[in-house]
Design a protein around this ligand. Structure first.
Ligand code: GLA
Length: 386
């Protein structure tokens, strides 16, 4: 934290008034269900983005990434998405949404620092959005509930950045509790914290290191396909999202719905069932059943929703072959990114040894790291009187 304060001071000649941190996340199960009003079971990870903020006397917005040594600037009256602003579009989006909601915001200087791996499906962007929104909220003394702040951050991503993501990442980054995963019903935002008691079992992330060029276009396309399917299904049985339909409804709709679409939507409704079962298993501390559900989830993402890739499938297979692994699956939107594996601590070296061939086959270097269920957004520094 001292580094961030020093970095802010060097950049702006002023101490920060406030610093907020927000975590990245790993989704344990419930993939591509959140934009279909379904269930998800993610947890926040102990990797964070921190945003330091100080007030300015003018109407400018300055952004400094101390990790990337990159600077961007704009003014409150000229807030637009600009491709070349890359990472700074996320905090810009938050300010834009707050202004649209009528909040009175003056000029601000931002410094960003973090250790959430960027662009690998662990929600570094959601963490940056949530940390920004939370810092601004607390600095200006705005009343916004946690779920509402998550919505606001999602809106920034949907309408300012232009990615049609669901609510999961922002919600868990704001609302998580250390030691627990979160069951979220994305239809009505009801949620429960589910304690994770793993004892000797670890949550291991493996980054496939695959460049993720397809992810945004394929993501938006999958989303559109789900919506199209609902419009076709609703001609027979009323409903407003895939949440309102069962696997039987989809099986009965052969001929009505194009085969690929039907297969993909089957993933969504079956994944919802798996999340419910996984919640039950986690509550009973039944890691064996939980792991099997993770494996089924991966197969379905690979074969039905078709968002995996050879590299992720290879990593998951190596995990499945390793004694001491309970479950392993791709996590996040897919097309590269990471896998998440529940593994006995003593089995980790055996699993890692199996990954040695990966680089030769795919020419990317995989990375593994442990993570623990962490708290959602927090204020970690506040100057007296600000
Ligand atoms: C991304 C999105 C989430 C969710 C997942 C897939 O992480 O931001 O809203 O849709 O993909 O489950």
């Amino acid at each position: 934290m001292d580094d961030l304060i020093r970095s802010h001071l060097e950049e702006y000649g002023q101490d920060p008034n406030i610093i907020a941190q927000a975590p990245g996340r790993v989704n344990l199960i419930g993939e591509h269900t959140d934009y279909n009003e379904g269930f998800v079971l993610p947890m926040a990870i102990d990797y964070y983005v921190r945003v330091a903020l100080s007030r300015r006397k003018d109407q400018h917005l300055r952004f400094f990434s101390s990790d990337l040594q990159d600077r961007k600037r704009t003014s409150l009256s000229n807030l637009r998405f600009k491709k070349e602003d890359r990472w700074a579009n996320y905090p810009k989006g938050i300010i834009s949404v707050l202004l649209n909601r009528g909040y009175d915001i003056g000029g601000l200087s931002f410094t960003v620092m973090g250790n959430v791996p960027i662009g690998v499906g662990l929600s570094s962007s959601a963490a940056l959005e949530v940390a920004t929104a939370y810092a601004v909220q607390k600095l200006l003394g705005i009343e916004i509930s946690g779920p509402e702040l998550a919505r606001l951050a999602q809106e920034a991503e949907n309408s300012f950045v232009g990615v049609q993501c669901g609510i999961m990442d922002q919600f868990v980054s704001r609302m998580a509790q250390a030691g627990s995963a979160m069951f979220i019903d994305t239809r009505n935002m009801e949620y429960r914290h589910i304690p994770i008691n793993l004892l000797t079992v670890k949550i291991l992330i493996t980054n496939s290191s695959v460049p993720r060029s397809l992810v945004d276009s394929e993501y938006n396309q999958r989303r559109a396909e789900c919506e199209k399917c609902v419009s076709l299904l609703s001609a027979r049985k009323s409903g407003r999202s895939l949440r309102d339909y069962s696997a039987a409804d989809l099986r009965d709709s052969m001929g009505l719905i194009p085969e690929t679409t039907r297969k993909r939507c089957l993933h969504v409704v079956e994944e919802n069932e798996r999340v419910r079962e996984a919640e039950g298993a986690l509550k009973k501390n039944d890691i064996v059943s939980f792991g099997k559900l993770m494996n089924r989830s991966h197969e379905s993402l690979r074969d039905q929703y078709e968002v995996s890739c050879p590299e992720l499938d290879w990593l998951v297979k190596r995990a499945w072959e390793t004694e001491g692994v309970y479950g392993s699956r791709m996590t996040g939107a897919g097309f590269g990114g990471c896998t998440v594996t529940l593994i006995e601590e003593e089995a980790i070296p055996k699993y890692e040894a199996r990954l040695e061939a990966y680089e030769k086959i795919f020419s990317f270097k995989p990375e593994t790291f442990l993570c623990h269920p962490a708290d959602g957004a927090r204020i970690v520094f506040q100057q007296d009187g600000s």
